[in-house]
Design a protein around this ligand. Structure first.
Ligand code: PMP
Length: 322
């Protein structure tokens, strides 16, 4: 779908996957005016094709658009585009449990002009790729590297939306994490360098005794759709969930006194990822006994069950496309 000032979003079309041509002066190259989303299409047990809460992705896409001075896209247009495209490509979903079609909607600023001002032209594109089961060999805890040198986001910035620069700014820290044998970076807040925010592509949850704590949405971390769903699910089960500030000191103290029972990440890619250890100030801290916790596994089974139609969906999250 194209956008031009005065004309709005127009010319929605479906074309074969192919390279696109952009002017070297296109604003996206120079000023990073671009946003994206990520969601998955599943083939359910009954053979239907379904998306998980796609309306939430369209709402977040427009929040990202707003922050990046990109014109809003009508939610219905986006949802219809997702429906038509996914149904065309549904045979690409591998025929194995928990495989899916990863769907990547994005917007780029295409106007060729070197002045620093919002583009007058955009393209909204959706691409897709089949993905295998994230845990082909069974759900497995990861190590996470707590970043204390680099900062990714502060309130008032763009950390709460999905724009390319956030991810580019995280690459250096990710290299450090990989060097320490860790899968991902855990970011601390950019002002105090103290409060836990999120992992590179996941929100995080801690089970402290019988309570579950997840960092509050303070304006510098992403409002994950999996996060929102997990909070609903845990409360539906009658468990206490606190959305609040949680410092790295509180986490490491709880690890030391044994009250930190479980930690997991939530995000579209892994759905739920158990965290087995944290690397912090040169020390590797094992969480619980380092294996996948009981609650983590229950949340994983339920979330993937709802997504793939293995279990009933009491929340109306699964949206069948055909
Ligand atoms: N935080 C960041 C920075 C992310 O990129 C993602 C992945 N979109 C998440 C959290 C998790 O969000 P969601 O549950 O909507 O995939």
């Amino acid at each position: 779908v194209d956008y031009a000032e005065g004309k709005g979003w127009h010319d929605a079309r479906i074309v074969p996957y192919q390279p696109i041509t952009l002017d070297p002066a296109a604003k996206v190259f120079h000023y990073g005016q671009t946003i994206f989303e990520g969601l998955k299409a599943y083939r359910t047990e009954t053979g239907q094709i379904a998306l998980f809460r796609p309306d939430m992705n369209m709402k977040r896409l427009n929040r990202s658009n707003d922050r990046m001075s990109i014109p809003a896209i009508e939610e219905e247009l986006g949802l219809e585009a997702l429906r038509q495209l996914v149904l065309i490509d549904k045979d690409w979903i591998p025929d194995a449990p928990e495989t899916s079609l990863y769907v990547r909607p994005f917007v780029i600023a295409t106007e060729a002009a070197l002045g620093v001002s919002p583009s007058k032209q955009y393209q909204f594109i959706i691409i897709m790729s089949p993905v295998g089961s994230y845990y082909a060999e069974g759900i497995k805890p990861v190590s996470i590297y707590v970043e204390s040198e680099y900062v990714r986001a502060v309130a008032g910035g763009v950390g709460h939306v999905k724009t390319a620069g956030n991810y580019a700014a995280g690459l250096k820290a990710q290299e450090g994490a990989t060097e320490q044998g860790c899968a991902q970076v855990l970011w601390l807040d950019g002002v105090h360098r103290k409060y836990v925010e999120e992992v590179g592509s996941m929100n995080v949850f801690f089970r402290l005794g019988n309570k579950i704590v997840t960092p509050a949405l303070t304006g510098s971390l992403l409002s994950g759709i999996t996060r929102d769903s997990v909070i609903h699910l845990l409360r539906h089960w009658g468990l206490e969930v606190e959305e609040r500030l949680i410092s790295i000191d509180e986490v490491t103290q709880a690890q030391k006194d044994g009250s930190l029972k479980e930690m997991f990440g939530t995000g579209t890619a892994a759905v739920i990822s158990p965290v087995g250890s944290l690397y912090w100030q040169g020390e590797k801290l094992t969480i619980g006994d380092g294996s996948t916790g009981e609650l983590t596994l229950r949340v994983y089974e339920t979330m993937t069950g709802i997504q793939t139609g293995r279990i009933e969906d009491p929340f109306g999250w699964r949206v069948a496309l055909d």
